[in-house]
Unconditional design. Structure first.
Length: 324
């Protein structure tokens, strides 16, 4: 079975980890866990801030998302309309790689111990909405490499505090638990096998790009999260590689403290605790003040490490942000 990674015994010399990161290598999963298990007993470790809101601030247009590689992209969607690539933030890994690396570096320089790759929509399912399924592996691998380059540069300048990269695995735009059709509650627009296959493909690119851990995040449907966890285990069983630390992060949609698929945070934790995650937490959803009591419930239940990160500014109905 999977060991309790939060209680992995042994310590690691910070210099050993930092030297590997500076050299562009990926520390072993055991080394990453030993480092953070030691650090988290002494201090709070920091994730990065919002990627989407930071990209929004660049005020990019269609040609920015297309770059040189996709300037002649002329796919037609199911409604017979030319597909627009504007808003496909993950694609900027390929069309504006320097900008993405610099954003990662900004967060590292701001004090982040871990940044997430810009791959929230890096599955064939999500990229299928832009007719970009064919670039998914390259996108994830390159996204991991850009973040690792930023980590290496900042770790070289501050070797006492090595920087790490978490491969971001988003929920996709489809859900196994809820029907997208009001007329037919039994209808689903995705299957378990399709989700697992999409996640395995994404995980393969992230691991090949050198991520230090995986972050299954913004979970609004626990069944989707279980498919992602299953995909993680399937990938590492097939490849015989040592399983990377996994961070699991749920999203609660209102003050009832439930996910979109109806689970309380306690029920969510029970549903995923078999994954033996490195951290379990809550992200996005409500503002920081409203999240606190639900986070407290999770902390009281989880015998391992917890994390929390609120919305990047708490977006309102007018397209602005109520908290920043």
């Amino acid at each position: 079975g999977i060991p309790d990674v939060c209680r992995l015994e042994g310590t690691i010399d910070t210099k050993v980890v930092a030297d590997k990161i500076i050299a562009g290598l990926t520390p072993t999963p055991s080394e990453v866990l030993q480092y953070f298990n030691g650090q988290l007993k002494e201090r709070i470790c920091y994730l990065d801030g919002g990627m989407g809101t930071r990209i929004q601030a660049e005020m990019l247009e269609e040609e920015d998302f297309r770059g040189e590689d996709f300037k002649d992209f002329k796919e037609i969607d199911n409604n017979g309309v030319l597909v627009s690539l504007k808003g496909n933030n993950d694609l900027l890994i390929l069309s504006k790689p320097t900008m993405i690396k610099d954003i990662h570096k900004e967060y590292f320089l701001g004090g982040s111990d871990i940044v997430e790759t810009n791959t929230f929509n890096g599955t064939t399912i999500s990229q299928g909405e832009y007719k970009m399924q064919h670039v998914v592996y390259e996108l994830n691998k390159k996204g991991a490499q850009l973040a690792k380059q930023a980590a290496a540069e900042v770790t070289k300048a501050e070797p006492h505090k090595p920087r790490f990269v978490a491969g971001a695995v988003g929920p996709t735009s489809r859900t196994l638990s809820v029907s997208p059709s009001v007329e037919d509650p039994s209808y689903r627009n995705v299957t378990w096998d399709e989700l697992v296959e999409a996640y395995v493909g994404q995980i393969g690119g992230l691991v090949d790009g050198g991520v230090d851990m995986l972050m299954i995040e913004t979970i609004f449907d626990t069944q989707n999260a279980k498919a992602a966890i299953f995909a993680v285990d399937e990938y590492f069983e097939k490849t015989k590689k040592e399983r990377l630390p996994v961070m699991i992060s749920a999203t609660i949609v209102d003050n009832s403290g439930r996910t979109l698929s109806g689970q309380t945070i306690e029920a969510f934790f029970v549903s995923i605790k078999h994954a033996k995650a490195f951290t379990v937490g809550i992200n996005c959803a409500l503002g920081a003040a409203q999240m606190k009591r639900f986070y407290k419930m999770l902390v009281d239940m989880n015998p391992g490490w917890c994390h929390v990160y609120p919305n990047a500014g708490l977006p309102n109905a007018m397209g602005g942000y109520d908290e920043d």
